[in-house]
Ligand binder design. Structure first.
Ligand SMILES: [Fe+2]
Length: 454
């Protein structure tokens, strides 16, 4: 095995090569990886003395006693134990990153909302200061619910690190690339991919080539998992092998460094004199990973009607109530539309779940106009929504021939909890005041006489 030294001095294992260079494939696997030969103990977790003078440390993502199928932990072999990566804490203000419960009495969350893309701007914004919370749901202290954010990043973090004790982050880039240098390795991320950064994992976010914008779902609850496929069987939707976990990479760097921690909705800083990204080897199933949305294999109607959008679920974060997710991450990608004698766009509906959608690129079939790449819409708990007039008329009159819905990719963060708008979402972000008017021109066709109406 040889190792690769990356810009910034990070040393990465090259044990995995070929189509997955730098990554290990599989969802929830028990991985093992080492950036220096022999750094990973074999046959036990906690030797009396570790190779290279490393410290052994366990990172537990679930309770020790969680059932086997949910139990997640990783053993890290690191230059310093994590107790050396924090000192005394000072509270700091990160004013645009909000946590639930956050109900602004001056903001109305009841309504159908849509936003144009939030401009990146030219201010100096890092992964931390560039986070703009749009909605919050549930309660971060009881570990239920979520927040949705837009990130606007113009600066790499330098000698600065972050972790969230509150949440795992699902990151959906829309413009620009991101590099996550984490304790467990490096994830390079670009639009049409997603990453999951687990609760408690320390990392730094860099910009490889300029400003970046995208979306984040901050999950306060149980971790994202693959949905059950039921009668679909063992294949399609998101396949486990398409999830990629980074190989071990570490820094041995002495430098005055700041660590920012999100804990119970509050932000704190602490200063140390070295990089905390010092895990030389690790094994376990609690890790960061990425997934290419282009590998998602959609399953849908092949004769008539339109299944519930849950058929497009990529990942689901359970709530504890069977079948009712804390969060579903749902993908609407390019696909064939072949249903006969059917209204093919999404139907009108009201939903107990709350749906926040983002457009990664292309045109969404229920809203041909106004929902542009980078844009967001929110259809909150029990608020009716559906196709606008143009989409309805097109769906009602289009020829029933196979049609390829090309060049399109949108997602949904759907939660069982109502989503409350932040002040930023209601007053600073480019809210489309006229969104609700998109249904105004839908006409009454009923006149009491039978027959199909034009
Ligand atoms: Fe909906």
């Amino acid at each position: 095995m040889t190792n690769q030294t990356l810009p910034g001095g990070m040393i990465r294992s090259t044990a995995v090569t070929g189509p997955h260079a730098g990554y290990m494939p599989g969802f929830g696997n028990d991985f093992e990886t080492e950036a220096l030969p022999g750094a990973l103990p074999q046959g036990q977790n906690s030797p009396q003395k570790c190779e290279y003078g490393l410290y052994a440390e366990q990172l537990s993502g679930t309770a020790f006693t969680a059932p086997r199928g949910q139990n997640e932990r990783t053993w890290c072999y690191r230059i310093r134990p994590s107790v050396k990566h924090v000192g005394r804490f000072t509270k700091i203000a990160v004013p645009y990153w909000k946590s639930a419960p956050h109900i602004d009495p001056d903001v109305i969350s009841l309504g159908q909302y849509r936003w144009d893309p939030v401009p990146v701007g030219d201010g100096a914004l890092t992964w931390i200061t560039g986070m703009r919370t749009m909605t919050t749901a549930g309660d971060v202290n009881t570990q239920v619910g979520m927040a949705s954010h837009v990130y606007l990043v113009t600066q790499s973090m330098e000698d600065e690190y972050f972790f969230s004790a509150d949440s795992e982050l699902l990151v959906v880039p829309q413009e620009g690339r991101l590099r996550f240098c984490t304790e467990l390795g490096i994830i390079d991320l670009e639009p049409k991919e997603i990453a999951i950064i687990p609760r408690g994992l320390v990392y730094r976010v860099e910009l490889p080539d300029g400003p970046a914008r995208g979306f984040v779902c901050e999950n306060y609850g149980q971790k994202f998992d693959l949905p059950g496929r039921g009668p679909i069987g063992a294949n399609c939707l998101a396949n486990p092998r398409d999830f990629k976990c980074p190989v071990a990479a570490f820094e041995d760097r002495e430098a005055h460094s700041r660590v920012v921690i999100k804990w119970c909705g509050q932000f704190h800083e602490t200063f140390i004199d070295h990089s905390p990204l010092d895990v030389v080897a690790w094994h376990g199933n609690y890790c960061a990973y990425k997934y290419d949305l282009r590998t998602y294999s959609p399953v849908g109607a092949i004769l008539f009607d339109h299944p519930d959008p849950s058929i497009f679920t990529v990942l689901t974060a359970p709530s504890g109530q069977e079948g009712t997710a804390n969060i579903d991450f749902v993908l609407f990608r390019d696909r064939w539309m072949v249903a006969e004698h059917s209204f093919r766009p999404p139907w009108y509906h009201k939903n107990i779940m709350s749906e926040l959608m983002g457009n990664i690129y292309g045109i969404y079939d229920a809203k041909p106009q106004g929902f542009v790449p980078g844009g967001i819409s929110l259809h909150n708990m029990m608020l009716p929504h559906g196709p606008d007039r143009n989409a309805f008329e097109h769906g009602s009159n289009e020829p029933m021939v196979p049609h390829y819905q090309a060049e399109t990719m949108q997602f949904m963060f759907e939660t069982r909890f109502p989503q409350h708008l932040t002040e930023f979402a209601a007053k600073e972000a480019p809210l489309q005041d006229d969104y609700v008017d998109c249904w105004d021109s839908l006409e009454k066709k009923f006149d009491g006489t039978p027959g199909i109406k034009a």
